[in-house]
Design a protein around this ligand. Structure first.
Ligand SMILES: Nc1c(N[C@@H]2O[C@H](COP(=O)(O)O)[C@@H](O)[C@H]2O)[nH]c(=O)[nH]c1=O
Length: 163
């Protein structure tokens, strides 16, 4: 029987869930700059542009990125000279651009996401209750992936980094 629920996280039992998780080392380019992983990007933007932890996070993935992010004060996100209110829609949209960039820049990831058609995407990393200060709630993450999947299934050429 086909599995109807797919966990997109480093704790997934499905290789596609692992590949599509933010934790994985998976380089992408956003606005002309190179990042090692979406997790590194997500944690790095919590640090101001002159903070050395920012670059270190951008060059990392998985738990090292996550642990670095735990040292941030979580009051804002910093991008192109602007401070974005932490946890705001604008903050989530910035992370969404990174998620979309990574997947859209890889034919394999695009195909992997499309191959989950019909499945409900969830994010259950198995690390206990979601942090109230998470910068990417599971609901937002799954909404982003589900929306991108539907764009890819409809017409590959219409899916872009900026919606
Ligand atoms: N803890 C965990 C994941 N958590 C990831 O952390 C990010 C949000 O970070 P934060 O703002 O610190 O709450 C987001 O990308 C979420 O997917 N992911 C995984 O695959 N496996 C894990 O074990």
């Amino acid at each position: 029987m086909t599995q109807k629920i797919l966990n997109i996280s480093s704790a997934s039992s499905d290789w596609r869930g692992l590949a599509l998780s933010n934790f994985v080392l998976s380089p992408f380019v956003l606005d002309g700059a190179l990042y090692a992983s979406v997790e590194g990007f997500t944690q790095g933007i919590k640090f101001a542009e002159n903070d050395i932890n920012r670059r270190a996070a951008f060059e990392s993935s998985g738990w090292p990125a996550k642990y670095l992010g735990e040292t941030a004060d979580r009051s804002g996100a910093y991008w192109q000279g602007h401070r974005i209110p932490y946890g705001s829609d604008e903050h989530h949209r910035l992370i969404e651009r990174a998620i979309r960039a990574r997947i859209l820049q890889s034919e394999g990831l695009r195909a992997a996401l499309k191959s989950t058609a019909g499945m409900t995407l969830i994010h259950e990393p198995g690390t206990g209750a979601e942090s109230p200060t998470t910068s990417l709630p599971a609901t937002v993450f799954c909404r982003i992936l589900t929306q991108l999947r539907s764009e890819l299934l409809d017409d590959v050429s219409s899916a872009m980094i900026d919606r």
